[in-house]
Design a protein around this ligand. Structure first.
Ligand code: GLC
Length: 609
């Protein structure tokens, strides 16, 4: 087998963790089989990408994440609608979970009962492969989720375990009584304190208490058992071999459990992810791993690993995302400046996927010690943010809903679409009286997208946001969903609204056109390359965020007014041109750049420095 040193490294880590020769031989067999099964066309792609370096770092990538059923009905429907995505410039498509998962206890697809089967109402594995092929033909890449912390209680392993099969049971955490579970509960926090409290569930059929960190029907896998690692790596490679380009590793901080700890971010998790990366290097080197680590910044960064020993190739920029919403609510850019300073200081090691909204809630993983300097306490500030973004604050136009509001912890999170959170929904509801507010809300929506698109990394739009889709309140009527407010922003794609992107003057027209224009500029202008030097620019106005990018003699300045009122920004030295109009910027006689509420500028320096 090729890749000797990669194999050596994998073996070293595997033995360090498991010290089990038989299990190692089994893993080698899995790698060989998957390598053998990888199609020639995919191997060719691997080769091409090897030459390109980190292909996913291209600033020409524009992502969209969507639910197959919401957007196209099924996989064939998505295939038919690819031209719509191309019209916007999307060339990186993230399909939300689509593998088989039981209706009513699927957690939006994050509860997989068969890794080799697509949910029947969405199509078949062949449909997925066809879609991947079509995407590749169009120069698009495809990403899907790999849910690896847990399986559904209807997955064959769980079914066997529920019959008392000892081998199957050894894949999970199962206890005769509550003694050990109770010990765990003393140190392990809860993921869904209000909707799924506790980390264990009693299963009467087998008379065991089972570890279920997420929902009661999601059984945590026990990675201390090498068979679990081997078989899950096999599933990962199986998906890669279906033609996926990026694999999203779901909820990775939770993978390793140990009594007396928080069962989050334990050192063994890093070994597991590193080993999965090595397995991909051996079988499918063209595939990139996207890690989902929804934690505070100091917990996120280690998941990149190091330049020599990479773990995740891409991580969600969760801190910038929630800091962005904090900035909108507070109209104060200090925390965002601090956060971006840290991102800018990252250099080549870290590469992010940027986003405003995704399928999940906005969790307030902010840098609270930093905010403490300004006397913002954690509980009170979270309450303020939730009040503001749900429109329960004087003057706030936002329409969101809280998520997992735990009265004891004061730790609620937030749901809603970008458009509704920006005030488009409330302005539309006000009819004629809301006309001016609507203009402002659309400006806010575009300003936030411009802010996201100015950052380094892969910008990923949440489906519907490109036409200003509003919240969907229908989940309140559905008993299977009504307790989970994340469905507020998981509504069916509004194709009627999307059709209005062609009607001049409508919100959909303005937003779609605005985003497309910015995305094109981004993809055509080298200053947006990942290699550009990025820094925070203080513009002498606490409501206005400035970001500078420098690359190959070109300098870009992004200026974003996070408040709803007019403001002025003090530009740094130089002559600046507005990238969108091509015209030089006009400053006031005393040197300020006047800005509308929620206005933004993308500027390029005309005189080379
Ligand atoms: C991830 C998903 C989330 C899901 C959870 C459990 O965090 O993003 O939607 O509920 O994993 O699988």
């Amino acid at each position: 087998m090729k890749n000797k040193s990669t194999m050596d490294e994998l073996r070293r880590l595997f033995m360090e963790l498991y010290d089990n020769e038989k299990a190692w031989d089994h893993l080698v067999g899995i790698l060989e089989r998957n390598r053998h099964e990888r199609r020639a066309s995919l191997k060719k792609l691997d080769e091409e990408r090897r030459g390109e370096g980190a292909w996913f770092r291209s600033h020409q990538l524009l992502g969209m994440m969507l639910y197959t059923e919401n957007f196209g009905g099924d996989l064939r429907g998505v295939r038919k609608r690819l031209p719509y995505l191309e019209e916007l410039g999307v060339n990186y498509l993230h399909l939300m979970p689509l593998l088989d998962s039981p209706e009513g206890k699927s957690d939006g697809g994050y509860s997989v009962s068969d890794f080799h089967r697509v949910r029947p109402d969405l199509g078949t594995m062949e449909d997925l492969e066809d879609l991947a092929e079509e995407c590749h033909g169009k120069g698009m890449v495809l990403c899907i989720d790999f849910v690896l912390n847990h399986v559904s209680d209807e997955h064959v392993w769980a079914r066997e375990a529920r019959k008392g099969d000892p081998t199957a049971m050894s894949r999970f955490f199962m206890y005769d009584n509550w003694e050990i579970p109770r010990q765990y509960e003393q140190t392990v926090p809860q993921v869904f304190p209000a909707t799924a409290p506790g980390n264990f569930t009693w299963y009467g059929d087998v008379c065991k208490v089972v570890m279920t960190t997420f929902h009661p029907y999601q059984w945590d896998l026990n990675y201390a058992n090498p068979m679990v690692f081997n078989d899950m790596t096999d599933q990962l490679l199986y998906l890669a071999n279906r033609g996926m380009d990026v694999i999203r590793l779901d909820a990775i901080p939770y993978l390793w459990k140990a009594l007396g700890t928080s069962c989050r971010n334990l050192p063994q998790v890093h070994t597991l992810i590193r080993m999965m990366h090595l397995a991909c290097e051996i079988v499918c080197p063209g595939v990139a791993l996207l890690g989902e680590v929804v934690m505070e910044p100091r917990q996120v960064m280690p998941y990149f690993g190091s330049a020599e020993d990479p773990e995740c190739d891409i991580l969600y920029n969760v801190t910038t995302m929630c800091t962005t919403w904090h900035t909108l609510a507070t109209r104060d850019v200090r925390l965002l400046q601090h956060q971006m300073g840290q991102v800018a200081g990252l250099g080549k090691e870290g590469f992010f996927q940027n986003y405003l909204r995704c399928h999940d809630d906005i969790g307030w993983g902010l840098d609270f010690p930093f905010l403490g300097q300004f006397f913002m306490g954690e509980v009170s500030h979270k309450k303020f943010l939730n009040d503001w973004l749900t429109g329960n604050w004087y003057g706030s136009p936002a329409r969101g809903e809280v998520y997992n509001d735990d009265a004891f912890l004061g730790d609620a999170r937030l749901c809603g679409t970008t458009a509704s959170l920006c005030g488009i929904e409330s302005a539309l509801a006000a009819g004629d009286e809301g006309t001016r507010d609507l203009e402002k809300a659309i400006r806010c929506d575009l300003m936030l997208h411009a802010w996201m698109l100015a950052q380094s990394g892969i910008p990923v739009i949440y489906s519907g946001d490109e036409v200003g889709q509003l919240n969907d309140y229908s989940y309140h009527e559905d008993p299977a969903r009504s307790s989970d407010s994340r469905y507020l922003h998981r509504g069916a794609f509004d194709w009627e609204m999307a059709a209005r992107r062609k009607e001049k003057g409508t919100p959909a027209w303005k937003i779609f056109r605005g985003i497309r224009r910015l995305a094109r500029l981004r993809s055509r202008t080298p200053v947006f390359a990942a290699e550009a030097r990025m820094s925070v620019e203080d513009l002498w106005e606490s409501r206005v965020m400035g970001i500078r990018r420098e690359h190959e003699g070109e300098t870009f300045l992004g200026v974003f007014n996070f408040s709803d009122s007019d403001a002025g920004a003090h530009l740094p030295e130089g002559r600046w041109k507005n990238m969108l109009t091509g015209k030089p910027v006009r400053l006031t006689p005393d040197g300020w750049l006047p800005m509308k509420g929620y206005g933004f500028f993308w500027l390029i320096r005309m005189d080379r420095n």
